[in-house]
Design a protein around this ligand. Structure first.
Ligand code: IVH
Length: 664
């Protein structure tokens, strides 16, 4: 009886984990999830004999290790040859075509993750162990840490599960999580990670799994060892199978016929690159047919059936003219490089971050140096290193000033950072207002840095709440403000008074609380009143909120001046909208175009169509390039061939039913 409940709880919890982390489509609130988890933990505590390694409670809580044991890969994890331009891609295709003695070749194209390759082994559907790629033959056994990653299934879904499954894929850190992590490291003076890949690697290679657990890593599966032995015929089918086993699989993938279609996909991904939540550095192009892959075989280190098209790096060299100091809204002082303007990834830049004093010293960057600058994804441009061979001897070493460049008060060293701790420093006030008014916060249109600067200097604005006290006469004092612009600004300030709780929390500018955390917090507390009453433990209960963040929120809320500002905002008419409950029902086909072909054996076509519509999808009757999914029944028609040639994702009836049922 008890055993049955424990097992039931495990399945329910893993199912909701899957909805939340793999499908990005949760069905229950965090609170409901937590209470299921608590019930399971209590039962397991009372009856430890019922604990199994695949229980969701076992994701966290393992003891820190001294070192990682080595993990030998049964079959090597090969690397991939690069193609740096279109010509090299054509050469790859020519080699493949010659070897296979045919012209028409289908390629499965997938974004190339810029993360950390790992292999995870499942025995009879249960997570057994997993390790990093290492040198391809032997990596490090990081099983404990991999188990903390919510997109790593502890038990595979579905009925047909192979006895042994070696899954390969990539552990990545999403860009917003990377930003959040670095922001909080900057504030506590810890060294910053250079990019999301280093952050993912640093987080996965933690001896203490509880640190990994706090880092919100994501695992994407893209391959299995020996797919032919499991009856697979195509790489694209392998991806579908991995998805139906419960793995997160990149939806950005396409089967392309011929190299021209591959090139179109490469260009499409290049354009989409910045909009993706994770970093990619190219596109991996794999011969889709697994038997053709077998014929092509491997070279010493890389397969002949696969190539990685690498995007050109967003780097450039230019002259470092000066180093100036910027005061952030938390008082943190950031040295900023003033550059000879240079084109980088389609825009001209004249500023780049130097992170902090230690970085400048470590990299030995001097004023007057020729420097290498780079921009990765949507991260701000940074100085990578000086080109020392080009020094003339006239470069000068940068010395960190001891006083704030704005208010002149003495700077205080805080870890690797220098900080201005004068809370009435005009720079800090201006930056807090700028953040408050920004697009993702209160979205006050027309309130830019220049206007804010004048408001603080001339109108004696001290707090964000003062914005709502401004009159037309006040604005007349500001340079460049006339009837029309005054009217516009007053209207946008007025309009910003109606704001959702998530944006409002973000706007407050609490240390460590970025947009993602603000959204999670808003979801948990629903209303401003409840948020203001938040306790440390309530905050810690939120997934992704660690001790440091919770502590920062509590000290913000305990500060009398902050409470007064929030009270004033409300008195001045800011209405903080409670978080609306999401409309019920699960929507795995949300926004997707779905088409059917052939006879379904388990349900009438009409019912299948109704299900898709009910779950957010659109049923269409013909196959085109923008079709998302073709469901294939028995004796499919020409739609099947067309979908194949267009590279549309194709699933069989069983997978379709699993998608529906995953939803019961
Ligand atoms: S397939 C032999 N697919 O790229 C081919 N690899 O430079 C097996 N990588 O270490 C790998 N995204 O970690 C494959 N969609 C993708 C990938 C991918 C990134 C990594 C992989 C490998 C590296 C090679």
């Amino acid at each position: 009886m008890l055993k049955r409940r424990v097992e039931e709880l495990r399945r329910i919890i893993e199912y909701h984990n899957y909805r939340y982390y793999v499908l990005d489509s949760p069905e229950i609130s965090d609170g409901e999830y937590d209470s299921l988890m608590r019930e399971l933990m209590e039962l397991e505590k009372k009856h430890p004999e019922l604990i199994t390694p695949d229980s969701p409670t076992q994701r966290v809580g393992a003891k820190p290790l001294d070192t990682f044991p080595p993990m030998a890969h049964r079959l090597p994890l090969l690397s991939i040859d690069n193609a740096m331009n279109k010509h090299e891609l054509e050469e790859f295709h020519d080699r493949v075509a010659k070897w296979l003695v045919k012209k028409d070749i289908c390629y499965c194209c997938e974004p190339k993750f810029d993360g950390l390759a790992v292999e995870i082994i499942y025995e009879n559907g249960i997570f057994s162990r997993g390790g990093t790629r290492g040198d391809g033959t032997t990596g490090e056994d990081v099983s404990q840490n991999l188990k903390t990653i919510k997109t790593v299934p502890l038990r595979l879904l579905g009925k047909e599960i192979p006895g042994l499954l070696e899954v390969r894929g990539e552990v990545v850190m999403y860009k917003d999580e990377f930003k959040r992590l670095n922001e909080s490291r900057a504030l506590s003076g810890e060294p910053l990670f250079a990019n999301p890949r280093n952050a993912a690697a640093g987080s996965l290679r933690q001896l203490d799994p509880s640190i990994t657990a706090e880092r919100s890593l994501v695992f994407f599966a893209y391959a299995i060892s020996e797919p032919l032995a499991l009856g697979m015929e195509k790489q694209s089918q392998v991806l579908d199978m991995l998805f139906s086993l419960g793995f997160k699989v990149n939806p950005e993938r396409k089967v392309c016929k011929g190299i021209r279609e591959v090139m179109d996909f490469v260009e499409y991904m290049h354009e989409k690159r910045d909009a993706l939540p994770y970093e990619i550095d190219g596109v991996v192009i794999k011969v889709d047919s697994l038997s053709d892959q077998e014929i092509l075989g491997n070279k010493a280190r890389s397969p002949r059936w696969c190539v990685a098209y690498k995007f050109p790096p967003d780097q450039a060299t230019t002259m470092l003219r000066d180093i100036i100091l910027q005061v952030g809204r938390t008082g943190a002082i950031t040295p900023v490089a003033v550059l000879e303007p240079v084109r980088l990834a389609g825009v001209t830049i004249s500023r780049a971050t130097l992170h902090n004093e230690d970085e400048i010293r470590k990299k030995d960057i001097r004023i007057g140096d020729l420097v290498l600058v780079q921009r990765a994804g949507d991260v701000i441009p940074e100085v990578v290193m000086p080109v020392k061979s080009r020094r003339s001897g006239n470069e000068s070493i940068f010395n960190m000033p001891v006083t704030c460049p704005v208010c002149n008060s003495k700077l205080v060293k805080d870890g690797a950072l220098w900080r201005c701790i004068n809370m009435s420093c005009p720079a800090i006030i201006k930056e807090s207002i700028y953040h408050f008014a920004s697009k993702d916060a209160m979205d006050i249109d027309g309130l830019g840095r220049r206007t804010i600067s004048q408001m603080v200097d001339r109108l004696n604005i001290k707090h964000v709440s003062d914005l709502y006290r401004l009159t037309k006469d006040d604005l007349r004092e500001l340079e460049g403000f006339k009837d029309r612009s005054i009217e516009n600004l007053i209207t946008s300030i007025e309009r910003s008074k109606d704001v959702g709780l998530d944006r409002f929390i973000y706007a407050l500018g609490i240390q460590h609380v970025g947009q993602v955390a603000a959204r999670d917090i808003a979801k948990k507390f629903s209303t401003l009143e409840r948020f203001l009453e938040a306790g440390f433990d309530d905050l810690r209960d939120i997934r992704g909120i660690g001790e440091e963040v919770a502590g920062s929120i509590i000290s913000f809320l305990n500060n009398k001046e902050n409470r007064k500002v929030i009270e004033d905002l409300v008195c001045l008419g800011v209405r903080v909208r409670p978080v609306e409950e999401k409309a019920g029902g699960r929507r795995p086909f949300e926004g997707k175009k779905v088409c059917f072909t052939g006879m379904l054996e388990n349900m009438p076509r009409s019912r299948a169509r109704a299900k898709v519509t009910e779950m957010g999808g659109e049923v269409v009757s013909s196959v085109s390039r923008n079709l998302d999914l073709l469901v294939v029944g028995k004796n499919p028609g020409s739609k099947y061939d067309k979908a194949l040639s267009l590279g549309v994702t194709i699933i069989d009836e069983r997978t379709f039913i699993e998608m529906l049922e995953a939803d019961q």
